[in-house]
Ligand binder design. Sequence first.
Ligand code: ATP
Length: 865
Amino acid sequence: MAGTKRPRKSSGAARKRTASSGARRTASGRKTGSGTAKKAAPAKRRKTPAQRAAAKKRRAEMIPGPSEVAGKAAKGMWNGTAKATGAVARSVRQEAASARELEPEHRRDALGFLWIAVAIVLGAALWWDVTGVVGDYLTSALELVMGLATRVLPVLFLFWGIKIMRQVPPEEGHGRSLIGWMAMWAASLGLLHLIDDRPQTMTDIMDAGGYVGWAVGGALSLGVSPWVAVPLLVLLLFFGILVATATPVRALPERLGSLWALATGRVPDYESGEVFPDEEEEPEEKPKPKRRKRKKEQDAQETLPIELGEDGEPALPRLKPQEVPQLNADEEDEEPPPPPAPKPAAPKERPAAAKEVDTPLVNEIADGGQYRLPELDLLTVGPQAKKRSRANETVIASLQEVFEQFNVDAAVTGFTRGPTVTRYEIEIGPAVKVERVLQLSKNIAYAVKSADIRIINPIPGKSAVGVEIPNTDREAVALGDVLRSKQAKDDSHPLVSGLGKDIEGGFVLANLSKAPHMLIAGATGSGKSSCINSILVSLLMRATPDDVRVLLVDPKRVELTSYEGIPHLVHPIVTNPKKAADALNWVVKEMDQRYDDLAKAGVRHVEEFNRKVDSGELKTMPGSDRPARRHPYLLVIVDELADLMMVAARDVEESIVRITQLARAAGIHLILATQRPSVDVVTGLIKANVPSRLAFATSSLADSRVILDQPGAEKLVGRGDGLFLPMGAAKPERIQGSWVDDDEIEAAVAHAKDQLSPQYIEEVTATLQPKKDIDPDIGDDLDVLCQAIEQVVTTQFGSTSMLQRKLRVGFAKAGRLMDLMETRGVVGPSEGTKARDVLVKPEDLDGVISSIRGEPAAPPSDVPF
Ligand SMILES: Nc1ncnc2c1ncn2[C@@H]1O[C@H](COP(=O)(O)OP(=O)(O)OP(=O)(O)O)[C@@H](O)[C@H]1O
């Protein structure tokens, strides 16, 4: 068979080839005067008269006649029309493509309007008989399917259109709604069919439940008789309502109650815009007008126009505190803005500790005292997060181009847009080495015009290479949004801070009590201070001074001044690096004191201790008549560790290590910030004991290694772009730090200060008081002398060689210390080789040391704060 076919095929092909080559020769000969035509020229000169006549006739024939002219004109018009139609179609396609680039809000609005338009067409046709061809066909088709129920469709479509435009679509719950509505619809149509006594003709069916009703009701009545079908359909209808409104049966009485209250105007409307709010999202108790205003603000945010930068791309709002966009600025003309800080009705001065005031707290986060936490409305709403933008499309095109140029079989299969960077997912073809994509990193950086790209191979849980590329249109993350998130509301722990958003746009919160200590480091201007501000404002928004007390150490003197005077402070902000070392010393003492208390109370954590105190189980401390008092969390923030390390590296490191090793159970947590993450500042010992790390952009890979023990931070783009490595995590998570502007800080601080004046702890003040009356002969040996006295008095053994060993000092220094102790009456005179008598009892040790340090005697240590 093949043998017989082949010659036929080839001869056909040969024929084709001949014909086409002949045609090509003719065309080229005529058009270009090619070699063939030139060769034919001499033959032309030798033409016979007959040939000339024939040629003349042919030329005459070539002049078109009138009918031919008309034909050609028609053909031209046809071609022109076709071309014009093509052009229009192409431009429509282009427009449609650019319509896809519309912002999601506009697309949602368009969809809303479409539903309203359909509602109008249907309503006009069904209710008022005002109809055209479209209306006719539409209503007939719908009536055929849904029968009488079609009449309610215009109302539903109208409601749906408005809802789409008013509300940001929930991320989840679409499927649930759809199932609920389908169940309701099927049940209603089936019931209509049964109620209308099971019609059989088409017109009657259209006047009852349509063909859907006929199928549902008819089939059921056939299967189980109409008497059973009706209750079954009623059940299905009820189920549909419950599913569509996300109401479990057990929550029904409560929901009906709130619906009744809503109908009778006894409760404010819910923000969600749904009749039944989700079960977990309890409506906050706020006055109605304020809630409306809030909703209005949110709506305004959703429709905020995107600012275009010079390149026509949406631009990042400039984020200097004074320049952060006032997001409700558009509304200022209509309504006066809300006061920056709601003034609570609490008295300005608190006569005694907050716990002694009997007015119960309104806020559920705090659990005692009169202190009221500020409303979250105090913090501004951030711009709505974009899921994609034109900048992303451009980057995808550039990536694709790079792969094509270098012949790498790889494609961008998706991306996740975060506020600062977008992670593009790249899938490679079979038998393509991942290294080929990795090798292209510099070309990718070149193509997307950004040096700060990070390649992640693979994206955890996916067979794809991730390329993180900074957004040219980055978005700020407002702290208010983070604290208003569901995660934040679900966790009422006072030490939960709003850190920012991750690369997928999810909120990142950190419970500092679980951290339990954190190192924040990055180059200057990378966003450390903004992060500390976010932590402190989170604290002011969520924790009463009874919950958390704070010690702020700010050797730079300018970073934390806004917080001066907040009632959470245990001491005015410490700005002197020398005093900072003493302050850390006090923290160590406080920690020891707390451990004693925990041991006496037989508990392992301060939370348990506080629970016992709150429940009245622990009224006085066992073994003494000292009243048991709660131990609030103590958060110590050091903003510039390097300044402290320069002044007293050994003391500071020692205190930090002691605190970090033990303080967790005592409820003491440390945050150390530095812009110099070098090994002499963040020493190995400190690093080993500070398990949570937050790295902002660093200037070198070495710095990144010091902070995170791995590279990555040197590729960050600054302004709050960070890598968060919480305790126990193997890989850091990329986040965009939350932003809080000066006005918000001021408002939060004012809210706290208006209610309570700071109650500083005397003991800290005493520790940090300037040293007076230090004997000149002690000079620089004060600290070592105190240590020597401690050694001698606690051991009751006045031996010089013991001092040499314990304090690691030479013989001469130990002898001098012994002489100093003798002149101050701590030890007796020298008795040759025998140890000296110790004249001070261990219980008097504190008094002796205080007097030598020139301090007033320390207050009795059994008064905790
Ligand atoms: N989370 C953020 N969101 C938006 N912009 C930010 C963020 N963090 C910082 N920035 C921008 O970066 C600037 C510098 O930030 P910040 O003062 O926090 O840096 P820093 O690391 O504390 O610097 P320094 O060590 O010099 O104090 C801010 O003024 C702001 O414009």
